[in-house]
Design a protein around this ligand. Sequence first.
Ligand code: LMR
Length: 327
Amino acid sequence: MKDPIKVVVTGAAGRIANNILPRICHGDAFGSNQPVILSLLDITPALPVLKGIVMELEDCCFPLITSIETSDDPKVALKDADFALMLASYPFRPGMERVDLLIKNKAIFKQQGIALDTVAKKTVKVLVVGNPANTNCLVLSEHAPSIPKENFCALTRLDHNRAVSLLAARAGCTVRDIDGPVCIFGNHSSTMAVYAHSATVKGKKIQDVVEKDFFSREFEPLVQVRGGAIIKAKGTPSVFSAAAAIIDCIHDWMVGSEGRIVSMAVASSGKYGIPEGVFFSVPCKCEDGKYEVVDLDIDPSYKEEFEAKLQKSYQELISEAKLAEIY
Ligand code: LMR
């Protein structure tokens, strides 16, 4: 067994946390040999619910759990954190403008960024899920300047998983049969670009397996609006698919992606023509808690159109950052 790590979950009384906490405690995210000190953060009115959640987790007798703490104070919850999973964000309400959402979330992520900077370990890794995830991640990292930008990531694994699953359904195969890179670029929003031109199905090029029209016209918009389609169908946002994607993302980042290419929104570094200063989803390979951005060979016949899509998503991220008063 390794030494325990402290894992903080914000929004810990919420729906996604409810799906994710047992899986973290079971070792699905950090590995079956990694003990965890669990720190649950939520707002003051949610503390009684957190008490009940702790009772249930205790009743599960998870061998990997060293202790469980709860708090409504980020500076208490995040103290000495090794990993912070930021689920909490101000939700979109009917009648709200996007700017209102960004300003409300700026306040939350600024406070949590300052707390991270002050009390967390300098090696802490941070995954932001609460929407608008890429810009919330930017706000957080801007307010935690003593923590390297490479330690922050926003979730686009949900979009990645959706893309793989939609392709498999259309190709009439299982997700295991989809090989080669399928990757999300840009913002977790309708401007995201999905790159699957080099994917294969049981050794055949994906373009030779699914209909041309589906691949070139329908597939990407389906991925882009999938979150909204789920809200329309269920009346609530995605929960267990989000939880599954979070577990996949943490596992691959912290334990390793075993050579597979996965999608992560990370600090832009000039790759793919995206200047520094935003959190932009790109293809990554991970090992031992570190990611490396993969340079894909983009299909030359699609390159110009693809690059224009990346710039559109980048411009959206810049306008979000301006609304959040980062630039
Ligand atoms: C999703 O993609 O399912 C979510 O980000 C949607 C949402 O607004 O929570």
